[in-house]
Design a protein. Structure first.
Length: 767
């Protein structure tokens, strides 16, 4: 057995020789000391280089130096991030992972950086690796759930669970294939279900494309699991980049797609189909070849669509898109100018993210009221390329709608009927039990404007920049036109009603022009969640009451009395820091107490201007409101002393995300904030009590995971898509969720940012 003995002997000799290398040992020792000294001096870049050298030369130090190496890497990465040296940041992580490839903490941190910079597919891979190494790692698990929501949006589950929708697509594809469409391209394949329907129906060749890397890989797995991996060619590519014969050998006779959103055109179906007709599809059937071979012509499923809309009153939509209150926490809002959400059919497209948002009207808290009958806004034939190409240049259509129900005009609600072929269609209407939401076009410029039965609402419909755009521009009442949309160039052209006083009409027009100019200058855009919070009077009143009590107590403690005019002298100002995410009025509420210098973390200049106007109009000196991010170098250093000799009297933390989750690293921030408080100072909120209830809900099941084989027509999809199931549902409104309560509400968890504690408890909720 000489060979088995020789190997360990050789290995032992090698280890002895390495241990006895004095030059190596001295270099390792001096580099380790230098790394530790640089770490103490906060010279993280140099420390990182020294640690790399130590761990490359002496892998046996990995366990000893791991924690310090991680800390050094993370601090150096923060510096590189703040300096915009992104490539160097990722180079450092790659070097670290070469040394410690199985370090789940470094893998998770790498994923966090990637996710913040928009590389969601790559981030998911690192979170997944970290979880495989340590399945109970809570940070990696939460990060994976977050990125899963981005990569596989929840509507995928709803669509796949919608058996009726899947079956109608299957039947339309089967009819097309049986009538001669033997070559098929599935654009935006998702899980691959429509492509598999085509193959199952007997198509000779099936191709599919998918832009998302995650969904492409998932589709490949699904197709393989269903025994069609050799029959369906899936491309990780945008259809607009596909060519014949580079990507597919020849033009196809059928394109199937469901690249439509709640507003029909928002996922780019028009551009995709125009490109497909020019480059990927056989020519469409014409009158000349009506009796020719079906396989020699091309067609699209769905064949077309009809778009419907109606005007609605809905307080829930209103509070998310425009200011509904005149006073917030005792502050008059009169001087704020126009504040609204960025969802708008503005005449300047770049001013808004999209012209619409989406809601499931049947599940809106408080419901909605239809103010008009549904009307046809638009029809489109997807098998007519000339019609597709002319869509964006269509003349603006103006429709006059009789108002059937009085109410405040809050939005135009839109849905459509998708015509799969001549016989079969799908509706996304508010009364349908489908996976679809409705598109909502909020109205910003009709504050407190109430429609009356007998009025006629004039709506403009257009498709500029391939988005469907609807806006209510005017109301015809008693023969007089009342403008609603200041951004519209609309003018009544038919049967104008003469004004008996031309001078008054001229003055009115000039005033309207000045108002429009002023509004364009003064308008400030807030996210929908920020608008809803601004309209939440209970929230702001609660904070005002809590600030009143704290500041009164601190004034008595600090000064034992008051200065002139009831306020402490400038040197005795109380300092309050609001580090809320996004737009927040809480700093102005604090400054309104008198004797308080408040610091806001609002970053956008227009939003800062709103707070300045609000402070000025409510009698608050401009010296008492400052913007903290104008002083600190970056957001990483937001929690620090206001000055060398001062501490904070109060720090306001943003503890709960609008989706309902407690913010990541809340307790770490609270712990740091607590060290920056003066004696008697306070962190707001003081306590968060999380309540829980057991429920049974088929709706939640359908939104969270594919429910077996039956809804997906027997195709084995569930095990693959359900890898992206997350155990936490966000943005739920309990008041409208279809569910059965299995228990009473109970306090399940208490978080105390002020005391930096979490505790479980059994106290029952009192209402």
């Amino acid at each position: 057995m000489p060979n088995t003995n020789a190997r360990p002997k050789h290995s032992r000799r090698t280890r002895r020789r390495r241990r006895g290398d004095p030059a190596r040992d001295e270099l390792v020792s001096s580099s380790l000391q230098s790394a530790q000294q640089c770490l103490l001096n906060q010279d993280y870049g140099t420390a990182f280089v020294h640690y790399l050298l130590v761990l490359n030369l002496a892998p046996e130090f990995k366990d000893f130096a791991q924690e310090s190496f991680r800390f050094t890497l993370f601090k150096w990465a923060e510096e590189l991030d703040s300096l915009g040296r992104i490539q160097e940041l990722f180079d450092c992580y790659e070097q670290a992972l070469e040394i410690l490839p199985a370090d789940e903490v470094i893998l998770n941190s790498m994923g966090e950086h990637l996710f913040r910079m928009g590389f969601r597919d790559e981030a998911a891979g690192y979170f997944h690796k970290a979880l495989k190494l340590r399945p109970e790692f809570p940070e990696a698990r939460e990060n994976f759930y977050r990125v899963a929501n981005w990569l596989v949006e929840r509507w995928h589950f709803l669509m796949l669970n919608d058996h009726g929708r899947n079956q109608k697509y299957q039947q339309a594809i089967q009819k097309a294939v049986q009538s001669g469409c033997s070559t098929v391209l599935d654009i935006g394949t998702g899980t691959g279900i429509l492509g598999m329907c085509a193959k199952q129906a007997g198509a000779a060749e099936v191709y599919a494309c998918e832009l998302s890397k995650t969904m492409y890989e998932l589709a490949c797995e699904v197709v393989t699991a269903n025994g069609m991996d050799g029959d369906i060619k899936i491309l990780h590519k945008k259809s607009l980049e596909m060519e014949v014969p580079t990507d597919i050998p020849h033009r196809v006779s059928l394109v199937v797609t469901e690249t439509v959103d709640a507003g029909l055109f928002g996922e780019g179906i028009i551009e995709s189909l125009i490109h497909a007709w020019h480059h990927l599809l056989l020519p469409p059937k014409s009158n000349e070849n009506t009796f020719g071979e079906q396989s020699a012509t091309g067609r699209v499923i769905p064949a077309g669509a009809t778009v419907f809309a109606m005007a609605v009153e809905c307080p829930e939509i209103r509070r998310h898109h425009r200011l509904c209150v005149t006073e917030v926490g005792g502050l008059s809002m009169a001087a704020c100018g126009e504040i609204h959400s960025p969802v708008s059919c503005s005449s300047e497209p770049e001013e808004s993210m999209e012209p619409y948002t989406t809601e499931r009207l049947s599940r809106l808290p408080g419901g909605y009221t239809a103010l008009t009958e549904p009307f046809t806004a638009l029809t489109i034939d997807f098998n007519n390329v000339q019609e597709l190409e002319g869509l964006s240049s269509r003349e603006v259509q103006r429709i006059q709608l009789p108002v059937t129900q009085g109410g405040e005009l809050d939005a135009l609600a839109v849905w459509f009927q998708l015509h799969l072929d001549e016989e079969s269609s799908l509706s996304t209407g508010p009364q349908e039990d489908t996976c679809w939401e409705q598109a909502i076009y909020p109205v910003h410029s009709t504050k407190c404007f109430v429609l009356k039965p007998g009025d006629e609402l004039i709506v403009e419909v257009s498709c500029r920049d391939a988005y469907l755009r609807l806006s209510g521009v005017a109301v015809l009442r008693g023969g007089r036109h009342i403008h609603l949309d200041n951004s519209s160039s609309w003018q009544p052209s038919e049967n104008p009603v003469p004004n008996p006083n031309p001078e008054a009409e001229l003055c009115s027009a000039l005033a309207c022009l000045q108002t429009n100019q002023k509004q364009s200058i003064d308008s400030c855009l807030l996210e929908c969640s920020e608008m809803a919070l601004l309209n939440n009077t209970d929230y702001h009143q609660s904070f005002r009451s809590a600030l009143d009590k704290l500041i009164s107590r601190l004034k008595v403690r600090q000064h034992g009395g008051v200065g002139t005019a009831g306020f402490p002298p400038a040197s005795g100002l109380l300092y309050v820091l609001d580090v809320s995410e996004g737009f927040s009025l809480l700093s102005v509420l604090a400054a309104s107490q008198g004797g308080v210098k408040a610091f806001s973390s609002v970053e956008k200049s227009k939003q800062q201007d709103v707070l300045k106007k609000l402070a000025h109009s409510n009698g608050i000196s401009e010296q008492l409101l400052e913007f903290w991010l104008n002083r600190v170098e970056d957001e990483q250093g937001m929690l620090q002393r206001p000055s060398g000799e001062k501490l904070w009297s109060a720090i306001i933390l943003d503890c709960v995300e609008t989706c309902g989750l407690i913010r990541q690293k809340l307790m770490e921030k609270a712990s740091l904030a607590r060290c920056l408080l003066e004696e008697g100072g306070h962190i707001f909120p003081e306590r968060i009590v999380v309540h829980g209830m057991l429920v049974e809900s088929d709706t939640l099941l359908r939104e969270s995971a594919v429910q077996g084989l039956e809804p997906t027509l027997g195709f084995n999809i569930a095990p693959f898509i359900n890898q992206f199931t997350v155990p936490v549902h966000v943005f739920l409104d309990f008041s409208t969720l279809e569910c059965r309560h299995l228990s009473e509400a109970a306090g399940a968890l208490c978080s105390e940012p002020h005391g930096c504690q979490f505790q479980l408890y059994q106290q029952r909720s009192q209402g």
